[in-house]
Ligand binder design. Structure first.
Ligand SMILES: [Zn+2]
Length: 323
């Protein structure tokens, strides 16, 4: 039956009616707040990400407490080490910055879920996510062992989940095997399955000090033009034991989120990345957009596309607005 028997506006008449038939819910329990943690006592603002700072461990404990009070489900931790080397040894150092931060945060806030980013790029002098060969190529298989060591050291420090973000082939299975062998069989992995070689990561690289010293990451991160390949990546990660898969970035890849969700039927996380954050912050600061309305719309759209979990720098603001 079409118009006039059917009138779509009938259920849009009042706020209560609209609320009753709303299909997508956005709540703090779906949100993950990313944090950059360094050694030392300083708290350093990140210029390209207004409102986000690089934190010391004690500041991170404090911010973790705020996030928990706001009802945010989880944190995603990135370490900013004091020293870097060719093989990223700070990533799998038991006394490394992430390991220390995980211990401090989980001790202070035992009910908050702490997820750690597992990669080498923040810890390598060349800034690549894997071991670099003499000719500049990234050695996939030699990298797997270092990633597995990193994941195990995070889990042993108390991380509730590990999130490999490097995009090496076979890393999810390698991590699963190593975690299981070391008694961490109950630690889930959240795989950055469809991580695109995106220009929207720009501000993050300042935050985590992880820009590659030469070349780019297109030999391991995905071509933004490919969606079938993203589905294949996610299915392979599920086969290798991923408990949750991720699409990164989020807003320019809503179709990929939907397709990955439909193909895998496992929990899907979407990473609303630094460039997505900075765009809205800049437009709001210039008076071009209403920050609160646009952020809520953007995050609701990411959930509507199929994301069970949204990782976002807006998480604390959103949790406050939804109160
Ligand atoms: Zn990396």
């Amino acid at each position: 039956m079409a118009f006039p028997a059917t009138r779509m506006r009938r259920l849009r008449k009042t706020g209560v009616l609209r609320g009753m038939v709303r299909e997508t819910e956005l709540s703090p329990s779906h949100l993950v707040y990313p944090m950059f943690v360094g050694l030392g006592e300083a708290r350093a603002p990140i210029e390209a990400m207004p409102g986000i700072d690089r934190l010391s461990i004690s500041h991170a404990v404090e911010e973790a407490g705020q996030a928990q009070e706001l009802g945010i489900a989880a944190l995603l931790l990135f370490g900013v080490p004091a020293d870097k080397d060719e093989v990223g040894s700070g990533a799998y150092d038991e006394e490394g910055v992430v390991q220390l931060a995980v211990r401090a945060i989980t001790e202070a806030h035992p009910d908050l879920v702490v997820i750690t980013d597992v990669c080498l790029c923040g810890y390598t002098s060349h800034g690549h996510c894997g071991v670099v060969l003499e000719d500049g190529r990234i050695d996939n298989d030699a990298t797997l062992d270092l990633l597995a060591r990193t994941a195990v050291s995070h889990a042993q420090a108390g991380a509730h989940a590990v999130a490999p973000s490097d995009m090496m082939d076979g890393r999810v299975g390698a991590l699963r095997g190593a975690l299981d062998a070391e008694g961490c069989q109950d630690t889930p992995s959240v795989a950055y399955s469809a991580k695109f070689a995106s220009a929207f990561y720009g501000p993050f690289r300042e935050a985590a000090d992880s820009a590659p010293a030469f070349g780019d990451r297109r030999s391991y991160q995905m071509d933004p033009a490919n969606a079938d390949e993203a589905v294949r990546e996610a299915l392979l990660d599920v086969e290798e034991g991923a408990d949750m898969v991720m699409v990164k970035p989020a807003l320019p890849y809503l179709d990929v989120i939907r397709r990955v969700k439909e193909a895998t039927r496992v929990p899907v996380a979407a990473y609303n990345v630094s460039g997505e954050y900075s765009m809205l912050k800049a437009a709001a600061a210039a008076g071009y957009l209403d920050e609160r309305a646009t952020v809520l719309e953007a995050l609701t759209a990411i959930r509507r596309a199929g994301a069970d979990v949204v990782i976002s720098y807006h998480a604390k603001d959103v949790a406050r607005w939804l109160r």
